[in-house]
Design a binder for this molecule. Structure first.
Ligand SMILES: *Cc1c(COP(=O)(O)O)cnc(C)c1O
Length: 340
């Protein structure tokens, strides 16, 4: 176990001992290599640098109550990386390589997995990039798949607290038939300007409206949006939203605790009717939303009336994190115990 102040870890980069790498060259994937370097030597004409051939994933491994290390739904992350690769014409990573690389990098860095009870976890960042040199716009012939890990603290240090969000229509993170549905770096570049402005103006994130009509709720910054009312868990159905594995899991749990799940367009005005709302993703699981300010109209949608998360959000959060930390029966078989 490393000498780290686990309780005060933030969601940032901490150097670990090893990362793992696998190269696609001459039409085939090579062996998984271990590296202790934080750097990637690369050709200056690599397609990831010029033409955005880059996709990534984000998942977590948790040290459980029983001391075992659990990886949450890695198969889903693998499938999503495959969809991302296909969307921007990169070579997909075979499932065995993805799995072996995950297990290997976790085992090599097991001393960086935060102890049970600190609320921390090991964040796992798979990255796939085009490394082949091209000057004309075309897909690369060579790719690098790399996974690094970094220990992260509990997202909510002062407890599970609602945040303020800003709704904006003057920026889009993804085009209607673009790449919003896959986890590629370009979407993040496109969202930076709105996100930084939101932070500057005092909000946790930007809620984007759908790019085509500007009438519906789309993505909540780097997370999916959901609202709860009248016993229903409602989350947008849109091609420009990244299918969050957290959201997919919350929908299952919502059904399990007796909510009805609706996947449909959410008109912006409907925000006034939600009893609870949140943003969901691997980093925070759920960020409950206190209030949403519409930047253009000045409208205020007060969701949490007492500054606390709603009862359903709390229940879903406890249920999901309970499964991840091995405190609650994993009846959906979502966790893989990692040999380490
Ligand atoms: C990664 C991501 C999410 C969350 O997905 P999870 O699989 O739950 O971590 C949501 N929206 C965007 C835009 C993302 O990139």
């Amino acid at each position: 176990m490393k000498n780290i102040d686990w309780k005060n870890l933030s969601f940032g980069y901490v150097k670990t001992d090893y990362n793992v790498r696998c190269y696609y060259r001459n039409g085939e994937w090579g062996k998984i290599e271990t590296s202790s370097s934080e750097h990637i030597p690369m050709h200056m004409a690599a397609t990831c640098l010029h033409y955005g051939q880059e996709a990534f994933e984000g998942m977590k491994a948790y040290r459980g109550k029983d001391g075992q290390v659990r990886l949450f739904r890695w198969e889903e992350n693998c499938k999503r990386l495959e969809r991302s690769a296909e969307a921007i014409m990169m070579q997909p990573v075979p499932m065995e390589i993805f799995r072996d690389a995950c297990f290997k990098v976790i085992a090599l860095n097991k001393d960086y997995i935060p102890p049970y009870g600190t609320g921390g976890s090991l964040y796992i960042r798979p990255l796939l990039i085009g490394t082949g040199a091209k000057v004309g716009v075309s897909p690369a012939d060579e790719y690098l798949f790399i996974i690094f890990v970094t220990p992260v603290g509990p997202y909510f240090k002062e407890g599970f607290k609602p945040v303020k969000m800003q709704l904006a229509r003057d920026y889009d993170r993804a085009a209607p038939l673009g790449t919003g549905h896959v986890k590629v770096g370009g979407n993040y570049a496109a969202s930076l300007r709105a996100g930084v402005r939101a932070h500057k103006e005092g909000y946790a994130a930007t809620i984007f409206a759908d790019a085509k009509t500007k009438q519906y709720i789309d993505e909540a910054g780097p997370a999916n949006f959901f609202g709860i009312k009248n016993g229903k868990y409602i989350t947008p159905d849109s091609h420009t939203i990244l299918p969050s594995i957290t959201n997919m899991s919350l929908r299952e749990l919502a059904k399990d605790v007796g909510l009805v799940v609706e996947n449909r367009n959410i008109p912006i005005e409907e925000l006034a009717t939600f009893e609870e709302a949140g943003a969901c993703g691997t980093a925070a699981v759920i960020s409950p939303i206190e209030v949403i300010h519409d930047r253009e109209t000045g409208k205020v949608y007060q969701i949490s009336k007492n500054g606390e998360p709603g009862p359903w959000s709390q229940k879903l959060y406890n249920y999901l994190t309970g499964i991840q930390f091995g405190e609650v029966e994993d009846k959906f078989n979502w966790c893989t115990v990692v040999p380490c």
